[in-house]
Design a protein. Structure first.
Length: 607
């Protein structure tokens, strides 16, 4: 991973990510990366000219090492100064908000990982399998002080953690009623959710071959505008599969697909959701205040996933000048709902809707621009956007009070794009000037733990953010306390999943997809990594289990999808997936609005 601009680390700032295209415009087709010299990451170097091959140095951009060296020296965003900088330890609280500066309203935080850049889920028709524009250009983002801790055998290693479950929109659910996935041979299709099934127009189980999973049920999408609409979330409880789509929230019994409660319809389109749910299965959705260009994403509604009951309502107020709610982001951490504006955030008690605290501008003109929730709460701020000390910084916040637990700054030029995991915290950042990226893991008490220092094109599928960066919008990442699991980008043939040691940034092991198509991590379960193998044009996808311990990591098939649904699997512009209680759920996160065909919304598979 390369480091930030050719300047000394700024106030313990974090360094640079990998080479990538500017994020203030839709990702361009990935440019062929220059072959890293002698490998991906090199040891920390003196500031150098713009990196050519990926240079793994920590701190500022480094000079590339000789080709004989195993690691090329990428520029690194984490240039933390040798002496503790003002951003090193706990700092004064800093809200998440996107200032009007360089990190404000960036259209494409679409695909964070180093893979090729595409935009599934972006306005318009999402392209299947998003990729990252900063291809093959990892850079270290930590400065000299941190780099010293990461130098092993003369080479600097950067580590990054896998995506967090909630960030990957992986619904979590308790055991189903009987703990088994069963269904009749003919899947139930309530269609738009208003019926109880009736005669099934399409029997995807007809002609099912031995060994193929059943389609337990499937649903058709509601009508959407010709321009398309978002279907942003899927939550799975012990009894109910709930899906947001355009202006509706629909709920189905996980076993037979029959409606669990009446469809909830909102006056305007749903514009934001909490990817997570509370311990008692509550979520919050936001919908637009109107249809004009000045309409705001500010109407909040709490919902009980098990009953469909609507709880409290609230209206998110605008912040100060230029701090709008045209677009918001939401997350849950315990009983704290965090709502992020463009340059600040407000925390609410998710049980009552009562306002708890605000995260506003602080310090060196630092505007909180994004938040990531789950088991912990983090904020990302853009600081001194137009000044000499321009940089991003990450803070961990106490969800109950908003108190800052610790702060870590990145070096100038580095933009924090994604949180691949929140516990442990692993972030993906980029440096558009150097066209490089970085993946870094953090210690529980703050400070860099490691950075991924080998040259690889990773390819999780991440959503497309237009007005704000979306920290938790990736499918295809997973992490436990010490390991990050990321999919590589397929070039020719199948891709691989790489297990990365979060203590060193080194590769632990890798396993190739058992089919000709790419394989994406879904979640960790019982000492195994569950992954989804995507379908080809004529072969259905499958769910596999990969042992994470020991020396053998051979995938074992858990569910082989039937050939009858290949077209649906391939037809989703962008998708959400979940593996819960032996069932596999697949849903679209973007509706095309095509009236010529019956567009599918989601499917459930089981044995």
């Amino acid at each position: 991973m390369t480091q930030p601009p050719d300047q000394p680390p700024q106030q313990g700032g974090f360094g640079a990510p990998q080479q990538q295209p500017p994020q203030d415009q839709p990702p361009q087709p990935p440019q062929a990366p220059q072959a890293p010299q002698g490998g991906g990451f090199g040891a920390p170097q003196m500031p150098a000219q713009p990196p050519q091959a990926p240079q793994p140095g920590y701190g500022h951009p480094q000079q590339q090492p000789p080709q004989s060296g195993p690691y090329a020296q990428p520029a690194g965003p984490y240039g933390a100064p040798a002496a503790p900088g003002p951003y090193g330890g706990p700092q004064q609280p800093g809200p998440y908000g996107q200032p009007s500066g360089p990190y404000g309203q960036q259209p494409g935080y679409g695909y964070p990982p180093p893979p090729g850049a595409q935009f599934p889920g972006a306005p318009g028709a999402p392209a299947p399998g998003s990729r990252n524009p900063f291809k093959g250009k990892p850079a270290l983002v930590v400065g000299a002080a941190v780099a010293a801790l990461l130098v092993i055998g003369g080479a600097v290693f950067a580590v990054t953690g896998g995506g967090d479950d909630e960030g990957k929109k992986k619904p979590v659910a308790g055991p189903s009623d009987d703990g088994k996935a069963t269904a009749s041979e003919s899947p139930v299709n309530p269609g738009d959710g208003s019926g109880d099934g009736g005669e099934d127009p399409e029997d995807f189980n007809a002609g099912r071959k031995a060994g193929e999973a059943k389609v337990l049920w499937y649903k058709e999408a509601p009508d959407a505008p010709a321009s398309g609409a978002d279907a942003p979330a899927m939550w799975i409880t012990s009894k109910t599969a709930v899906k947001a789509a355009y202006k509706e929230i629909v709920a189905y019994n996980v076993g037979d697909g029959r409606p669990t409660w009446d469809t909830l319809t909102f006056p305007q389109k749903i514009c934001a959701v909490t990817p997570q749910k509370t311990a008692d299965d509550k979520v919050v959705v936001a919908y637009m205040s109107g249809t004009s260009e000045r309409a705001k994403c500010n109407e909040l509604q709490q919902i009980d996933l098990n009953t469909g009951a609507k709880g409290w309502k609230a209206v998110v107020e605008d912040g100060e000048l230029f701090d709008s709610v045209l677009s918001i982001q939401m997350s849950l951490t315990g009983n704290t709902l965090m709502v992020g504006r463009s340059q600040s955030g407000t925390a609410y008690d998710v049980r009552t809707g009562k306002k708890l605290w605000d995260k506003k501008r602080y310090g060196d003109a630092c505007f909180p621009t994004a938040f990531a929730g789950g088991t912990k709460l983090f904020s990302v701020a853009s600081c001194d956007a137009t000044g000499a000390n321009e940089h991003d910084e990450v803070q961990e916040l106490d969800p109950a009070t908003g108190k800052v637990k610790w702060t870590q700054a990145f070096e100038k030029g580095w933009t924090v794009e994604r949180a691949y995991s929140v516990d442990p915290l692993v972030v993906y950042s980029t440096n558009k000037d150097k066209n490089v990226w970085n993946i870094a893991a953090f210690k529980p008490g703050g400070g860099f733990r490691s950075q991924v220092a080998f040259d690889e094109d990773f390819a999780p599928e991440c959503g497309w953010a237009i007005l704000q960066r979306n920290l938790s919008g990736c499918v295809g990442t997973a992490a436990d306390a010490n390991t990050l699991y990321l999919p590589t980008q397929a070039t020719t043939g199948p891709n691989e999943i790489v297990a990365i040691d979060l203590a060193t940034g080194k590769e632990k092991w890798r396993v190739k997809s058992p089919a000709d198509e790419s394989m994406l991590p879904v979640r960790l379960e019982g000492g195994n990594l569950v992954a989804y193998v995507e379908p080809s044009y004529d072969a259905a996808g499958r769910v596999v289990s990969i042992p994470v311990a020991g020396s053998t990591h051979t995938p074992t098939t858990l569910l082989q999808m039937p050939e009858s649904t290949v077209g649906i699997e391939n037809g989703f512009y962008s998708k959400d997936v979940a593996w819960v209680d032996g069932r596999f759920y697949l849903s679209s996160t973007r509706l095309t609005g095509n009236d010529d065909t019956k567009e599918k919304l989601m499917l459930a598979y089981g044995k």
